[in-house]
Design a protein around this ligand. Structure first.
Ligand code: FMN
Ligand code: SF4
Ligand code: SF4
Length: 304
């Protein structure tokens, strides 16, 4: 099998997931190519050599990021082309369920064969920082989900069910402001010149070249922002003010060290049946993943 993984990433969580998917599919003997979407390039890819295409990305505002959607809309999927979706995000509220609605619309328009979708758990890059121990537990769930995904893809077992009405409504309503939100919000972006060390990382890494150095040395912004958070998330001096997200206290600064987190020993559950509040939605998600995993791989579960 020849597979192409096309993905968009802001703060590299999707790149991490994509690499895991690639490595695991290669273990199955598949030939896997990856393609990271550059928001400034919308070339049309030749998809005909591929038996199957995977579309990866984070969830932004209960929807697919506009940069991903725009790129996918530019493509021509051969009739009957097998496609699967692997999305990731920090929460598993049902409001996220229909986030691929517009991707699916495009794929169905091209008469692609889309039967599988998977929602991986990855830590937030906005709102608040996740505890490393919880992230380790999420990665363990992702490992199981990946096994489920690979099994279902290899054995052609569909898992995509029609989305319920209300998540579809949420995806439609929130997607609109999300599409222009970055451009609008970037009018408010500022860099604290007392904190900024002029390292230039944000300029180099911004996927839309939205950041520049003014003549006086301070940082300036154009208005072509994806709200991907790469600049403020990775700024070593935590010097960014990111508009209304900052006012809400929704800025997260500093990446997650997945290599280090992967080494953490899981000796007690972070999420339990008594978990309340924000993470309550994880109870159902963990249960679904565990049940399906036990169903497909009973010998693994029994030997644990
Ligand atoms: C603008 C923006 C909107 C987001 N909206 C959601 C959301 O609606 N639901 C959610 O669970 N996570 C949301 N997130 C969190 C991301 O989906 C999550 O951190 C993801 O792993 C980031 O992936 P990336 O590093 O590949 O960009 C949002 C993040 C950003 C930057
Ligand atoms: S990454 Fe942060 S410290 Fe470096 S130039 Fe940008 S704002 Fe300044
Ligand atoms: S300015 Fe920051 S948030 Fe906007 S596209 Fe560039 S890196 Fe992403």
């Amino acid at each position: 099998m020849k597979c192409l993984l096309i993905y968009f990433t802001g703060t590299f969580n999707t790149r991490y997931v994509t690499n895991k998917v690639r490595d695991r599919l290669q273990q199955e003997g598949w030939e896997v190519d990856t393609y990271e979407i550059d928001p400034l390039r919308t070339e049309r890819l030749d998809l005909t050599p591929y038996d199957i295409v995977g579309l990866g990305g984070p969830i932004y505002g209960f929807c697919a990021p506009y940069a991903q959607l725009r790129f996918v809309r530019k493509q021509k999927f051969p009739r009957g082309q097998r496609v699967f979706i692997y999305k990731n995000s920090g929460e598993t509220y049902h409001a996220n369920d229909a986030s691929s609605k517009y991707l699916l619309r495009k794929l169905r328009h091209d008469k692609a064969d889309v039967q599988n979708e998977y929602h991986f758990l990855m830590p937030y890059n906005i709102h608040f920082r996740f505890d490393d121990y919880l992230v380790r537990e999420m990665l363990e769930m992702d490992r199981k989900l990946l096994e489920i995904m690979v099994y279902e893809l290899v054995h052609r077992i569909p898992n995509l069910k029609p989305y319920k009405m209300w998540p579809r409504f949420v995806a439609s309503v929130v997607s609109r402001p999300q599409y222009i939100g970055g451009d609008v919000n970037s009018f408010l972006y500022r860099v604290d010149k007392d904190k900024c060390t002029q390292c230039g990382l944000c300029i180099k890494r911004c996927p839309t070249h939205n950041i520049y150095r003014k003549k006086n040395g301070e940082m300036g912004f154009h208005h072509n922002c994806l709200m991907c958070m790469r600049c403020s998330f990775f700024c070593p001096a935590d010097a960014f003010y990111i508009g209304f997200l900052d006012d809400w206290g929704w800025k997260v600064n500093g990446g997650y060290d997945f290599r280090k987190i992967e080494q953490i020993q899981l000796d007690h559950p972070y999420i339990t049946k008594d978990t309340k509040g924000f993470f309550e939605c994880y109870i159902e998600t963990y249960e679904k993943i565990n049940n399906r995993y036990d169903e497909l791989f009973p010998s693994c579960t029994n030997s644990q």
